[in-house]
Design a protein around this ligand. Structure first.
Ligand code: GLY
Ligand code: MN
Ligand code: MN
Length: 433
């Protein structure tokens, strides 16, 4: 009897798997990568060439490596995780070794054979041929788009000057190839990266789930005397245990006056009774981030003053979330948050904008300020009242409160993707009891 039951259950589970779970695997499929390459290619004006560079290896002592994180456009286009690679992608096909190609991936890796194809008409080549081919492709190009890890400048501190390598390199190329315009590829990628596919959303939901687990663990374990780094460890424990690549950035665990420091990540202070702690965290899962902030009372209960300020931040967040829909701008969102916080009398304690897109990068790129369906944005108002704010009662000073959720813009409004993460005062206090 029992065996028959197990048998039936097994068949039922297989049936459900086939009927409902197909196409539900996490991760970006090869087809989706191919579509990204095709989209990028079709968006190019004729005579355009895109050149891309991944990062280089980063070393600590001698040749000990730490885990490499791919450059974001490179990751978006190819899914390749390794450093030391280049790509040339061209609107027009060109001939290399008697083959007609639109795209070449350059690698120094011997293991990488031609078993993956991401972009249309693509071949794989050793990196030592990059210069030769780059030069020949540029001869017929009108526009060159460059995508590479950010390199604003190198500080030549010995001679007291800043060397803008990128700027000089672009100028030199334009001189070498008269008629060539060299541009940044970011707007090109922004247009595609700002709209999230179903697969991307699945990865972001997973990132949210792991981040939520971390926040819950930190809230449950929090009590006066706990060190900020212990709360950080609670958060990272759940992220890594759930299979995250790493935290998307060093978790911000700012207690007491550290809650006033926007990108605080020393996490070295011991918490004490009466503190608030700003926990601003996100797991990177298979290349995708989320960005969540919760502000919690160390002792498990908000004071009267903290409650009053918290309610204003929460109301500002709710009001911003209400207006999010395609067609509004990020400025509209900022203005709404400012309006609510200013009306409540805390206008001068606003320190940052209320939104940014999230995706492969926690501060993801976008093409224009106007919001479109399929974008994922943060809504993160905050009020920061310094200890020396003498125009305000003493128990209202010396803390910052930020509440940050991630919303997916839909056709008519938005969905709060992080809605399960405890946010109401009563929910936070219940969890921390
Ligand atoms: N975690 C950085 C931010 O909220 O923008
Ligand atoms: Mn954040
Ligand atoms: Mn943010």
């Amino acid at each position: 009897m029992q065996r028959r039951l197990i048998f039936i259950l097994f068949f039922l589970s297989v049936f459900f798997e086939i009927a409902f779970c197909q196409n539900n695997s996490l991760g970006i499929s090869q087809d989706e990568y191919a579509g990204r390459g095709q989209n990028l290619l079709s968006s190019l004006d004729s005579g355009s060439v895109v050149v891309m560079r991944s990062g280089d290896f980063k070393m600590r002592s001698n040749d000990v490596e730490y885990r490499y994180r791919q450059e974001s456009n490179f990751l978006y286009l190819t899914g390749w995780r390794s450093p030391n690679r280049y790509i040339i992608l061209s609107s027009h096909s060109f001939v290399v070794d008697e083959k007609n190609v639109n795209s070449i991936l350059f690698t120094s890796s011997k293991e990488e054979s031609t078993n993956t194809q991401v972009m249309p008409n693509e071949i794989l080549m050793n990196i030592n041929r990059f210069q030769e081919i780059f030069k020949s492709v540029l001869k017929d190009a009108k526009t060159l788009y460059i995508s590479a890890p950010d390199l604003p400048f190198v500080n030549d501190w010995l001679n007291d000057k800043k060397i803008f390598l990128d700027k000089n390199a672009k100028k030199e190329l334009e001189q070498k190839y008269p008629g060539l315009k060299v541009k940044n590829a970011l707007p090109l990628f922004g247009k595609f990266r700002e709209i999230k596919s179903e697969a991307e959303l699945r990865l972001m939901r997973k990132s949210i789930e792991l981040t939520w687990n971390g926040l819950k663990r930190a809230m449950i374990n929090c009590q006066p005397g706990r060190w900020e780094y212990e709360l950080q460890a609670d958060i990272e424990y759940e992220m890594m245990r759930g299979g995250a690549d790493f935290p998307s950035w060093t978790p911000i665990v700012g207690s007491g006056e550290n809650s006033l420091i926007l990108h605080y990540d020393d996490n070295r202070r011991q918490t004490k009774e009466g503190d608030l702690v700003v926990l601003d965290v996100g797991a990177e899962y298979d290349g995708y981030a989320c960005d969540i902030t919760r502000t919690i009372p160390v002792s498990g209960k908000f004071t009267k003053a903290q409650t009053e300020v918290y309610d204003v931040v929460l109301r500002a967040q709710e009001e911003v979330i209400k207006i999010v829909k395609p067609g509004i701008t990020m400025k509209d969102m900022d203005a709404k948050a400012k309006e609510i916080i200013t009306q409540a009398g805390y206008g001068k304690y606003i320190r940052h904008g209320v939104t940014h897109p999230v995706g492969i990068d926690v501060h993801d790129i976008w093409a224009s300020d106007t919001i479109r369906a399929g974008m994922v944005m943060t809504v993160e108002p905050g009020i920061y009242i310094p200890a020396d704010a003498d125009s305000i009662a003493l128990d209202f000073r010396g803390f910052g409160i930020r509440i940050e959720d991630d919303v997916l813009v839909t056709a008519s409004g938005c969905e709060v993707m992080t809605k399960n993460v405890q946010k109401e005062i009563a929910e936070i206090e219940a969890l921390m009891k």
